[in-house]
Every structure is written in structure tokens, then in C-alpha cells.
Design a binder for this molecule. Structure first.
Ligand code: ADP
Ligand code: MG
Length: 726
């Protein structure tokens, strides 16, 4: 489809738009009834399982106790009956390989009964363990293809659910994916391991504070997903969007996001219909979607759920990305989760809100009104600060990807320097502690709006800071550097593990000093808070993270600034990372090395595909259009000359020069791509330092041509069209 056909079809799609989904009568089906209707939830389990078995499962889910495998047959049978009653024909173990995507292999419930008929079967063994042929999933050297065995293991803490399709329903069981040696091949296993480590260390702190009843502490996560929607007519006319998820060419549109008129603007009808539909599906799956709005860039939106425990939030986040993509197509649109689909307008991130808490003490990062007097909050908060400061490089590594490199460091997303925004109130309290003890908390006060009919608004004690990669936002930290297209597992595993280590350190110090004497606790806390803030205060920065001055100051403070994925990823196997990950049994040395290898390889493959596409599109889309136009101009010149009319050659010369530049740089890029390094890291460095810049050179001439060539000859939908027609 040529650019202009795509354009006409997209305009037709928008103007002829009619709602594609069956409208839901919310008077008949209240949204509350819809919520979780496709989940094998606690309520369903309670109704369908024998009391003892239900209780035992809840012990595992709520208190982290070992799963009693002998229950499996009963649970499997109840799960099967429930699923079949709701129309399921198949079941699948859903797992999360290191590609960052979701994997599933479906099996039918049906088994031949030996008499020419069939019965529905689903045993405890089938619930607990599966064995997909896993040889094609990346293992980073942990397995050879001839020892392909990989097992999926039921994760009872993440509820099973039904995925509907117009032609059938599938029972989905979230699972961990491990090799036959027990090594993790997935994103879920380390989340579970790290949550366990964090819970244990947090418990020690709570014990020191004298709580008698302490529920299992879990980390919690609330991920805000940003994404773009574009009309599918445009999408399918752009090989780069289809194959790389981002545009590799495209001149800046005359109008970008400078008017700030898209952010929180009224949501277009087709988009809103899509959102309703996607949210309805997510409600059925028990994903607690809460917020939706337009984002800063034209065509950019956000969806956010209410937070859940890290493990469930991670699984649900995968469902959110999946549902957005599958629903968009129903509305003739394509959902793009790439971090930087369009140059020159904002990219997408995924802010991961992080905290920890339990049913008995609540949110452990809630400061209350007077944090200086809330010693327990101060201890947890200081532990996070210490963790982030100590392992800043690791935090940078777990958000590193080819896509996110376009975002971190550009003036729209937090810089690659990991710092913490604490806000005035907390910074002030910590400053007081450093100076010998905190006696007051700045009052949050009242914000007067200056209009009598409006009520006075309570002012948050901390302002917001969009420029910080890691911001305290009232009762949680918001990790803002996370990439829109990535699984949130990596960031959460890192957070859980480094905070566990920090809490371990604090608990050990406090236990040493107090030796069980609660009277000594307060003084010991003051001392350790002071030492933490003195040693790690340099990671706190409340100013403008986009500014030049901050980059200079951060360097002075000695904060790492790992600009690219290639700089950042090696921290995954640094001495410090290996030490804590093995100490808390989150990932072994071999597992970490395999991950580094896989992520480097993914980086190389991503850049490799983009480079191939750049060459192909430059040669087969852009060059032909440019030459056609050059020919048109040349023949006009010749015809005019024949009748003695002067021809202005400015455009023809410019086109000719740009074509030359294009061809020269295609050749250079091709030469650059002909390369094979000895190690994956060296290959990744080559991709980063040589291939990507060579691609940009090709793009420069292509984009120049876009501004010269006659619009009806230009083969690719333009930024202007893709971003603004919806
Ligand atoms: P904003 O855009 O203002 O930052 P949103 O409302 O879009 O905020 O998202 C905030 C996210 O933070 C939500 O997912 C919310 O549930 C989550 N959140 C709130 N409290 C916690 C907590 N204790 N732990 C983890 N996430 C939390
Ligand atoms: Mg936010």
C-alpha cells in the first residue's frame, strides 16, 4: 500500500468509524459483577473447594507457606469444572521467558475414553507441572538445544483465569519456567524468590519495632503504562513500524506537541471506545484498572491499575500489554508500546510505583503527617535510599534496552543518572537527622486556589518531579526510568533484592546494638539513619534532572552516568550484584551471566533488524521515490529549455545532492553491518557505536528528501498523518 492509499484509507476509517464492540448494558451487568468474572479467585475457590484445602491454599498465598502438593488433584478438578462450565475447552501453562513476552502452549481437556468417545481430564499433576518443548527459548548458555527440557511450575500466588476468544475459551495458569537443573529461565521465578527475601528482612525490622502480630510482607507494584495508538492503515504501510516497532525515517511534522494540547485532552471517540473495551476485558480478568488519560505526545495514552503484590502486578502487566494490543485491532488501530516510535515527540515509559507492606502494619513507606516522629517509616525509607545509592548501576541495568536508550537521556524522560527525588519535607527531615536529630516536619499547609467557589486544597507535602528517575511520591517510590515495552519483572527483582539487602544491614546493626533491649532502639535508629544519610545523601537530588548543570554536578558527586545499554548491562554481573543475588538466593552466578548474554544478544538483534530495515527501506522505498521526482524535475527542465523558458534548478540540485548523500551512506551502513565480533559485548558495542550512528546518517538524507519530494510520490505515511489522524 503506498503512502497516499494508506492515507486515504485511514481518513475513511476515521470518518466512517462505527463502534465495533457489542455494547455492554451496564445497567444490566454492573461493572462490579464483571470484575474478576473470569478469574479462579479466592471467592470461587472458597465456594468450590473443601474447607481444609481452601485454608491450606490460602496459607500458601497469604503467608508464603510451602505448597502442599497433595492438594493438587482436588484443586485441578475444581478448576477444570469451573472452567468448563464457563466454556473452556483448553488449558495452558502461561510462562514468561526472557524475551520479555508471554508464552503459552495449549492442551485440550479432552482425552479419548477408549470407547470411541472422550472425557474431560485435568489432573493435579497437569496443574502443577508442565513440560513445554522449550528448546527455542533463550537460555543464555544454561541449556544446549539437545538438553531442551524446561518445566513450568504452577504459581499458586497468581490466580488462574480464562482468556476468551470468539471461538473458544482457554484456562490460563500462571507458571514459573525452569530448566531441568532448577535454574530460572524466566521472569517470574526471580520475582518470587526476591519477594521472599524481602519479606524475611522486612519482618526482622518489624520485630525490632516490637510488633507482636506481623503478616507476610510483600512488595507492591503499580505500573503506569504509556502507549501510542495509530491507525492500522498507516501501520501496515510502514515496514519499520511493523518490524521494528518504531519509525526509522520521518521528517518532523509542522505541528508537534508544542501546544501541549494533547496532554489530558478530551479522548477521541474511537480511542475511548477502544479503552472501554480493553478495560472491560481486563476487568473480567481481575486486573484492577483505574486510570486512563491522554499523554503528552499526539496519539499517546496511558493506562494504570491499582497496585497489587509485585508478582500478581507483573503477571497482570503482561495481560495489560496483551489486551491493549489485541483490542486495538478491533478498532482498526495498532497499539505501539515501543519506547520511542517517533523521533521528536515524547516516547513512552512505564512508571513502576513500588512499596512494601502487609496486612497488619499496612504500607511501610507511608510517612504519616509527621515523618520525623515515625521512626519505622524513616528506617524503611532510609533503607531504600541506601539500596538505590549502593546499587544505582544495577537499577540502570535493569531498565536498559535498545528501545529505552532513545528515551533515557533525551529531554523528556529521566536521565540515565540514577538519583532520588525526596521532596522538600523528607529532605528536610533527613537534613535535620544529619545535623543531630529531627524535631519537626514541614507542614504541608493549604494551597489557596484564589477562586472563592473552590474549596481550599490540601497541598501535598512533596511536589512532583517529572525529571527524576526515582521519585518519592507520598507513600511509595516511583521508578520512572522503566521502559514501556519491558516486563516489570527485572526492575522489581532488583528493587526487592537491593532493599532486602539494605534491610538486612539495618536489622543486623540494630540487633547488634540493642541486643533485645527495646530501650536502646531509638538511639540506635538515630545513629544508623545519620550514618546512612551521611554516606548516601549524594543520591538525593530534588532539582531539574534534565539540566546541564545536573549532569556536571552528578559527575562531581561521583554518581554513575551509564548512557547506553552497552554501558549499563554489564552491571548485571558485577561483583556487587553477584554477591547480593546469591546471598539472597535470587539468581545464581550462572543465571545472571545467562541473562546478561541474552539481553546483549537481544540488543544486537534489535539493532541488526533496524539496520537491515534502514537499508531496505532506503533502497526500495525512498530512493525510487526520490529518483522519480528527480526525473520529473529533469524532464520539466528539458521541456522548458526547449521553449526557451528558464528553469530554476534549486530543487533539482537539492534532490540530486540528497540522493547522493543517501546512496553514500547506505553503502557505509552496509559496510558497518558486515561485522562479527568475538564476544556478545563487543558485538553490542559495535552496534551501539558504529551501526546506530550510520543508520542516523542514512535517515538524515531520507528525511531531507521527504521535505523535497512531491507529496503524491512519497511512499511512506508521514509523521503528520500517523500522529494526528485518529
Ligand atoms: P500518577 O500519574 O499521578 O503518578 P497514577 O494514579 O497514574 O499516578 O498511578 C499511581 C500508581 O501508583 C497506581 O498504580 C497506584 O495504585 C500506585 N500505588 C499507590 N500506592 C502504592 C503502593 N503502596 N505501592 C505500589 N504502588 C502504589
Ligand atoms: Mg506517575
Amino acid at each position: 500500500m503506498s503512502g497516499s492509499t494508506a492515507r486515504l484509507q485511514a481518513i475513511a476509517a476515521v470518518t466512517n468509524y462505527i463502534n465495533a464492540s457489542d455494547p455492554v448494558d451496564f445497567e444490566e451487568t454492573h461493572s462490579g459483577e464483571l470484575f474478576g468474572s473470569n478469574v479462579f479467585s479466592r471467592k470461587v475457590m472458597k465456594a468450590r473447594l473443601p474447607k481444609e484445602i481452601f485454608k491450606s491454599l490460602i496459607q500458601t498465598i497469604e503467608h508464603g507457606e510451602k505448597l502442599d502438593a497433595s492438594l493438587a488433584d482436588v484443586v485441578a478438578s475444581a478448576m477444570k469444572d469451573w472452567a468448563i462450565e464457563k466454556g473452556a475447552t483448553h488449558y495452558t501453562h502461561v510462562f514468561y521467558p526472557l524475551t520479555g513476552s508471554t508464552a503459552e502452549k495449549h492442551d485440550s481437556f479432552l482425552a479419548p475414553d477408549g470407547e470411541g468417545g472422550a472425557v474431560n481430564e485435568f489432573s493435579g499433576q497437569q496443574l502443577i507441572q508442565g513440560e513445554p518443548d522449550a528448546s527455542s527459548f533463550p537460555s543464555g548458555g544454561i541449556r544446549q538445544t539437545f538438553e531442551a527440557r524446561g518445566y513450568t511450575a504452577w504459581d499458586v500466588t497468581s490466580p488462574a483465569y480464562l482468556l476468551e476468544n470468539p471461538n473458544g475459551t482457554t484456562l490460563c495458569i500462571p507458571t514459573a519456567f525452569v530448566s531441568w537443573t532448577g535454574e530460572a529461565l524466566d521472569k517470574k521465578t526471580p520475582v518470587l524468590r526476591s519477594m521472599q527475601a524481602l519479606g524475611k528482612q522486612a519482618q526482622r525490622i518489624l520485630e525490632l519495632f516490637g510488633h507482636s502480630e506481623i503478616g507476610m510482607v510483600s512488595s507492591t507494584a503499580g505500573p503506569e503504562q504509556e502507549y501510542f495508538l495509530v491507525d492500522s492503515n498507516f501501520y501496515y504501510a510502514r515496514p519499520d513500524l511493523i518490524n521494528a516497532g518504531r519509525t526509522l525515517f520521518g521528517a518532523a511534522p509542522p505541528k508537534g506537541q508544542e501546544f501541549d494540547d494533547h496532554y489530558f485532552g478530551a479522548i477521541p471517540g474511537r480511542v475511548l471506545a477502544f479503552m472501554h473495551d480493553a478495560e472491560r476485558e481486563l476487568f473480567k480478568l481481575g486486573v484492577p484498572i483505574k486510570t486512563r488519560h491522554n499523554e503528552v505526545a499526539p496519539g499517546q495514552y496511558e493506562i494504570a491499575p491499582v497496585f497489587e503484590t509485585s508478582n500478581v502486578a507483573t503477571d497482570h502487566q503482561q495481560l495489560v500489554m496483551h489486551t491493549l494490543k489485541s483490542t486495538a485491532t478491533k478498532y482498526g488501530m495498532t497499539c505501539i508500546t515501543h519506547e520511542k516510535p517517533f523521533a521528536g515527540v515524547n516516547g513512552s515509559g512505564k512508571h513502576v510505583n513500588f512499596s512494601l507492606g502487609n496486612s497488619t502494619q499496612g504500607n511501610l513507606l507511608d510517612p504519616g503527617d509527621t515523618p520525623h516522629a515515625n521512626a519505622q517509616f524513616m528506617v524503611f525509607c532510609a533503607a531504600v535510599i541506601r539500596a538505590v545509592s549502593t546499587h544505582a548501576k544495577l537499577l540502570r541495568a535493569v531498565v536498559a534496552s535498545a528501545g529505552n536508550d532513545h528515551r533515557l537521556g533525551a529531554n523528556e524522560a529521566p536521565p540515565a543518572i540514577i538519583s532520588i527525588f525526596l521532596g522538600d519535607q523528607l529532605t528536610d527531615v533527613f537534613e535535620q537527622i544529619k545535623g543531630g536529630g529531627a524535631r519537626s516536619s514541614k507542614k504541608s499547609g493549604t494551597l489557596t486556589v484564589g477562586v472563592d467557589v473552590l474549596p481550599p486544597l490540601p497541598k501535598d507535602a512533596g511536589d512532583r518531579n517529572r525529571t527524576s528517575p526515582f521519585a518519592f511520591t507520598g507513600n511509595r517510590f516511583e521508578f520512572r526510568a522503566v521502559a514501556s515495552n519491558q516486563s516489570i519483572s527485572g526492575p522489581l527483582v532488583a528493587m526487592n533484592t537491593i532493599v532486602a539487602e539494605s534491610l538486612d544491614y539495618v536489622a543486623t546493626e540494630l540487633e547488634k546494638v540493642t541486643k533485645g533491649d527495646a530501650k536502646k532502639l531509638n538511639a540506635a535508629i538515630q545513629k544508623i539513619l545519620k550514618s546512612i544519610i551521611t554516606e548516601h545523601g549524594s543520591v538525593i537530588f530534588n532539582g531539574d534532572g534534565y539540566s546541564e548543570e545536573w549532569h556536571a554536578e552528578a559527575a562531581e558527586r561521583g554518581l554513575p552516568n551509564l548512557k547506553t545499554t552497552v554501558d549499563a548491562l554489564p552491571a548485571l554481573t558485577s561483583k556487587e550484584t553477584l554477591a547480593i543475588f546469591s546471598k539472597y538466593k535470587v539468581l545464581s552466578k550462572r543465571e545472571l551471566h545467562s541473562r546478561l548474554e541474552i539481553y546483549l544478544e537481544q540488543y544486537c538483534m534489535t539493532v541488526g533488524v533496524e539496520a537491515n530495515l534502514t537499508v531496505e527501506m532506503a533502497k526500495t522505498n525512498i530512493y525510487p521515490a526520490a529518483v522519480r521526482y528527480q526525473g520529473e524535475l529533469a524532464s520539466s527542465a528539458a521541456s522548458l529549455k526547449a521553449i526557451d523558458v528558464e528553469f530554476d534548478r534549486t530543487t533539482l540540485d537539492a534532490v540530486t545532492a540528497a540522493i547522493k548523500g543517501l546512496l553514500t551512506n547506505i553503502a557505509t551502513l552496509e559496510k558497518t553491518m558486515d561485522h562479527e565480533a568475538k564476544t556478545m559485548l563487543a558485538e553490542a558495542k559495535h552496534a551501539c557505536n558504529k551501526t546506530l550512528p550510520a543508520m542516523l546518517e542514512v535517515r538524515k538524507y531520507a528525511d531531507e528528501l521527504e521535505g523535497l519530494v512531491a507529496d503524491d510520490l512519497w511512499p511512506l505515511p508521514t509523521y503528520q498523518e500517523i500522529l494526528f489522524i485518529k
